[in-house]
Design a protein around this ligand. Sequence first.
Ligand SMILES: Nc1ncnc2c1ncn2[C@@H]1O[C@H](COP(=O)(O)OP(=O)(O)OP(=O)(O)O)[C@@H](O)[C@H]1O
Ligand SMILES: [Mg+2]
Length: 226
Amino acid sequence: METIIEVKDLSKSYMSGNQKLQVLKDIDLTVRRGEFISLMGPSGSGKSTFLNILGTMDAPDSGGIRIAGREVTHMTESRLAVFRLKHIGFVFQFHYLLPEFTIEENVAMPLMIAGARKAEALKKSREMLDYLGIAGRAHHYPAEISGGEKQRTVVGRALINSPDILLADEPTGNLDKATSARVLELFKKIQKDMDQTFFLVTHDEHIAGIAEINYYLDNGKLIKKK
Ligand SMILES: Nc1ncnc2c1ncn2[C@@H]1O[C@H](COP(=O)(O)OP(=O)(O)OP(=O)(O)O)[C@@H](O)[C@H]1O
Ligand SMILES: [Mg+2]
């Protein structure tokens, strides 16, 4: 199977006052296309830090990261912005939809930023909304739809450029049990239909149970549980 992410000897620390806080220590990780991976660990163990580094939003102190065959640690910020747009989809706990744009426009946005014509982007967006089961909300604004519908919209926006990996930080963190089960079912369906690779940070045992591979962060070390 094709390797999507290759992390070698990655370390990350933060300075708090004059104390050095070593968050991630010599981490190695290989992710292959189509894998569904969860990452758990206590609060403050470095899960979001690691996810942000995988997403090239933050840089490690040392170590290498190859995503889709490209070493990203030395890329300039402007190249990274383009790289992220093409290769990485993000889903966070709190939805960052643009309030002044419709659902359809929000999902089309990454395509337009990547250079697609508006009509073409909106057509693809509508197909995605249809796939996600929220086509009926296409012309609504984010403030007019439910939390679960917002999360579906965020998923659509993350997937519209066919990223090599979808990274999610507690994607069901503020959804009720039934809604988060539905979002999870949707993720599994997307994995199957699109051979989509997922890397999910979660506190939810249910998600970890559904993932095929589980990691745990403990004292800066990445431990494979399953
Ligand atoms: N920018 C920063 N500057 C200094 N310390 C930071 C910074 N970001 C995170 N930290 C610290 O690094 C550690 C790891 O934080 P991180 O957000 O990655 O944890 P987490 O595992 O995602 O926790 P949670 O489950 O609560 O979201 C924490 O002790 C945090 O306080
Ligand atoms: Mg976190």
